[in-house]
Design a protein around this ligand. Structure first.
Ligand code: NDP
Length: 243
């Protein structure tokens, strides 16, 4: 797929990996609908991008709310007429041991990381099915969707859920013009780590995967021929950033 004039929704577009994905895809000529909850940050990011010639709109969206997801899809089609790609990137995961995992922590983690992927996908797919060019869904998962990590049981459950959801949709839409990809990075240097009580986090940030490296993987997946089925890309560093 050529990126030029493709219409792409990116959730969690105001920060970290999502913002880098927007930058990389917009630089390739794609038109982007940027979604997140906090408008101030989102608008600042969009203004900076627009000044570089990018074509972007911002849509305040909480991916855990079906009405917001519908409004995002509607705003994208109204602005650009189609949806070629949905990047489900929004995520949040307060670290907690099992005994610290309150029902609230469980619900917010599963709602953003898993229910949000379901809602956005279910809302965008009908538009993609109506288009002759079909559509592509990219789910930003994690190595936590393939392995288990201590103090992240809710997050691991959510990301493993994203993998099951993605696999199920590949089966359900086999023969349709839809593609489903999983991108699974290990630790990525984003503001995400600001919330961690890890005294080493700042020092190891530069050893982590950088967010633009994940964005490049997304660009690579999108620009491969449609006849190739690229299910999953796992990105790690050779050495743990904490070593
Ligand atoms: P950041 O914390 O930097 O950014 C998170 C983004 O998601 C923000 O734009 C935030 O904006 C948005 N967001 C959060 N909750 C919602 C919501 N309910 N609805 C809509 N948008 C929301 O995170 P990262 O860039 O690090 O993470 C992005 C994705 O990458 C996540 O899915 C995460 O699981 C995954 N990942 C991250 C890794 C890492 O080490 N950083 C490693 C592997 C995977 P706002 O708060 O305004 O809504």
């Amino acid at each position: 797929m050529e990126l030029e004039d493709k219409v792409i929704i990116v959730t969690g577009a105001s920060s970290g990996i999502g913002l880098e994905i927007v930058k990389v895809l917009a630089a390739g000529g794609a038109k982007i609908a940027m979604a997140a909850r906090k408008m101030e940050k989102l608008e600042k990011a969009a203004t900076d991008l627009a000044s570089t010639g990018a074509t972007v709109i911002v849509v305040p969206t909480d991916v855990t709310r079906a009405a917001d997801c519908r409004a995002l899809v509607r705003a994208t089609v109204d602005a650009f007429g189609q949806i070629d790609v949905l990047v489900n990137n929004a995520g949040y995961a307060p670290p907690a041991s099992l005994l610290e995992t309150t029902e609230e922590v469980w619900d917010v983690t599963l709602n953003v990381c898993l229910k949000g992927v379901y809602l956005m996908t279910q809302t965008a797919v009908p538009t993609m099915l109506e288009q002759s060019q079909g559509g592509t869904i990219i789910n930003i998962s994690s190595v936590a969707g393939k392995n288990g990590y201590e103090n992240l049981s809710a997050y691991c459950a959510a990301k493993w859920g994203v993998h099951g959801f993605t696999e199920a949709l590949r089966a359900e839409f086999e023969g349709e013009n839809l593609r489903f990809h999983l991108i699974c990075p290990a630790a990525v240097a984003t503001p995400w780590w600001d919330t961690r009580n890890d005294p080493q986090a700042d020092k190891v940030m530069k050893r982590m995967i950088q967010p633009d490296e994940v964005a490049e993987a997304v660009r690579w997946v999108l620009t491969q021929p449609n006849r190739l089925r690229i299910d999953e890309i796992v990105i790690r560093t050779h050495r743990s950033p904490w070593d």
